[in-house]
Design a protein. Structure first.
Length: 309
């Protein structure tokens, strides 16, 4: 019996890309020794994505779609696809063809060699806007400094996971999962393949600066409580400084030295005001995450699908 490979594709307003990516993928599996199923997650698209998906399922038996009731975000869409995949291994990739589908052949080969996770590392792409490249490397740098998992630069959500890894992943009920971190955290035998990303085939990137910063904060706070220690370290540092300053203040008082204090006073007040707000904010982010997690809401809501279970 042939092994089944599930391919999971999150799609948010990708109407012009879907046909192309499925064709490219079908070609790869055409004469292979695998059966393939495609699970496309329509993340609340407002364009023709849903209609195109429905039409595609009429033409091919192995295409399944999951339509969300609204936009839940890339990571959640991926999670939904992984939840429903039935394959012996699951491959996830973006709908926009930036992840070259042909790399799947190498991934499958490594899987057959016994690796349970085959992930990919994006090589620096000079065609990407400088801002995006810088943001990306800053993101991975910060993530590694501030958190307890070590995620290599350029690791995106283009990877193969063995069924047993997916089974473990499925049981994790994390609110807003940060999948690349979780996969690294899980361990297993992992193998990395480097690739040069293609340009987006059609449409535009769904990650703006705001979403990227959100993902960054989320990535760090999902894997580490190191930021919470900032308050402790800074608190100690400034207490020490103030202890050094007190003798001078007393001396000035006793000697009757008149102090022009306005500028220094106002700067100190503003500085510490800002610092306290930042620390409060950091604590707030963690409390917010706890709050969202305790509510135990479903991670996503499926409004239409052709999957039977
Ligand atoms: N995506 C999604 N939901 C979102 C944003 C993005 O499902 O809210 C999908 C999108 O359709 C694509 C993948 O996630 O398949 C990666 O998004 P994109 O290409 O916009 O990100 P970039 O490559 O620019 O980082
Ligand atoms: Mg993209």
């Amino acid at each position: 019996m042939k092994k089944l490979v599930s391919v999971v594709i999150p799609a948010y307003n990708e109407e012009d890309n879907l046909m192309v990516i499925i064709d490219r993928l079908e070609n790869i599996f055409l004469n292979s020794s695998y059966d393939v199923e495609f699970i496309i997650v329509d993340d609340g698209s407002s364009d023709q994505t849903a209609l195109i998906l429905k039409a595609m399922t009429k033409l091919r038996q192995n295409i399944f779609y999951i339509g969300f009731s609204r936009n839940f975000g890339h990571q959640v869409a991926l999670k939904a696809g992984l939840d429903k995949a039935k394959g012996d291994c699951v491959i996830s990739l973006d709908a926009d063809l930036q992840h070259p589908p042909e790399l799947i052949i190498d991934m499958l080969r490594k899987w057959e060699e016994g690796y349970e996770v085959v992930y990919t590392r994006r090589k620096e792409d000079k065609r990407l806007p400088l801002m995006k490249r810088k943001m990306s490397s800053l993101f991975y740098h910060l993530l590694n400094v501030l958190s307890d998992v070590n995620i290599e630069s350029g690791t995106a959500d283009f990877r193969l996971m063995d069924k047993k890894v997916v089974d473990v992943f499925r049981d994790m009920e994390e609110y807003e999962p940060f999948i690349r971190g979780l996969v690294k955290w899980m361990g297993y035998n992992q193998y990395a393949i480097d690739y040069i990303p293609n340009e987006r085939y059609s449409g535009s990137s769904k990650y703006n600066l705001k979403k990227m910063i959100r993902l960054g904060i989320h990535g760090v706070t999902s894997f580490s409580i190191k930021p919470l220690y900032t308050a402790v370290y800074l608190g100690f540092m400034f207490s020490l400084l103030s202890v050094l300053y007190i003798p001078y203040v007393l001396y000035a008082f006793c000697e009757g030295i008149e102090v022009d204090g306005w500028a220094s006073l106002i700067m100190t007040v503003v500085f510490f005001g800002g610092l306290q707000l930042i620390i409060l904010g950091i604590i707030g982010v963690y409390i917010g995450k706890m709050f969202m997690q305790t509510k135990n809401r479903p991670g996503y809501i499926i409004s239409h699908t052709n999957l039977t279970q």
